[in-house]
Design a protein around this ligand. Structure first.
Ligand SMILES: NC(=O)c1ccc[n+]([C@@H]2O[C@H](COP(=O)([O-])OP(=O)(O)OC[C@H]3O[C@@H](n4cnc5c(N)ncnc54)[C@H](O)[C@@H]3O)[C@@H](O)[C@H]2O)c1
Length: 252
């Protein structure tokens, strides 16, 4: 498939999970792709790998410049890098609040700020932020993480308004709980990983976790010229978790 041929993309956090699936799919559809990650060792050709920490402005600027130099420009920015935090509002120290907001929110600010001059030169400029169902539904034990993703949702809308007249579209994807190494780590840390996995599956109206490839398909759609009239939206890929209210017995 070559619908994205000639387009150049950067995917932050693209060495694992949703970011890796997105980088692969962008490349499969014909785009040239550079992965920005703190640990890009697993990134293989045809993807470019670039070491960068989205919480470090100098490292982000250098990586975006290196990506633009390698690819000859930039059309698509996928802001996917993010970290988790578990707990109620009283459970996490200030240092962790600063750290998670720094990566999940300011990470997008830094990457987009560095990318904008290059996106302005593109005829198909698109930014896609990977947000979360935690931005729109109250999930237990996710106070800090949810606050960070709520900020990502609002930032997405504000950026979409600011840049629409420059021809830059900005959208976000809101995944439900997705089967990635991130969730595997959370399960490993649980007292009973099997019971925890069953509880997560059961929370989904579809009865299973979302896959990274399903989220990637939504990100790539929003990034592509096929979505040329789509800006300022949040596309949920969550197995129905946000919108559906099922009764306990299916079918009644
Ligand atoms: N997995 C889920 O259930 C789920 C649900 C909703 C939203 N999300 C969001 O999807 C995104 C990706 O999640 P995932 O499940 O694929 O996670 P993951 O842990 O599998 O991958 C995250 C990637 O981001 C990179 N990264 C982390 N901190 C970074 C930093 N400071 N700078 C650069 N790279 C960094 C990691 O090295 C890793 O490659 C995150 O923004 C997350 O909040 C995940």
């Amino acid at each position: 498939m070559s619908e994205l041929k000639g387009l150049r993309a950067v995917v932050t956090g693209g060495a694992s999970g949703i970011g890796a699936a997105t980088a692969r799919l962008l490349a499969h559809r014909g785009a040239e792709v550079c992965v920005l990650d703190v640990a890009p060792r697993s990134v293989t050709e045809p993807l470019h790998g670039c070491q960068a920490d989205v919480s470090d402005d100098a490292s982000v600027r250098a990586a975006i410049q290196a990506a633009v130099t390698a690819m000859g420009g930039l059309d698509i920015l996928v802001n996917n890098a993010g970290i988790s935090a578990v707990g109620r509002v009283e459970d996490n120290p200030d240092e962790l609040w600063h750290r998670v907001l720094d990566v999940n929110v300011l990470g997008i600010v830094r990457t987009t700020r560095a990318a904008l001059p290059h996106l302005r030169a593109s005829r198909h400029a698109a930014v896609v932020n990977v947000c979360s169902i935690a931005a729109t539904a109250g999930l237990p034990q996710r106070a800090l993480y949810s606050a960070s993703k709520g900020a990502v949702l609002s930032l997405t809308l504000a950026m979409a308004a600011d840049h629409v007249r420059e021809g830059i579209r900005v959208n976000c994807v809101n995944p439900g709980t997705a089967d990635t190494p991130w969730v595997a780590r959370l399960l490993d840390a649980a007292d009973d990983p099997e019971a925890e996995r069953a509880a997560l599956d059961a929370r989904q109206p579809l009865g299973r976790l979302v896959t990274a490839d399903e989220v990637a398909a939504a990100v790539v759609y929003l990034a592509s010229p096929a979505a040329a009239s789509v800006t300022g939206i949040a596309l949920a890929v969550d197995g129905g978790a946000q919108g559906l209210r099922l009764r306990p017995v299916a079918g009644i």
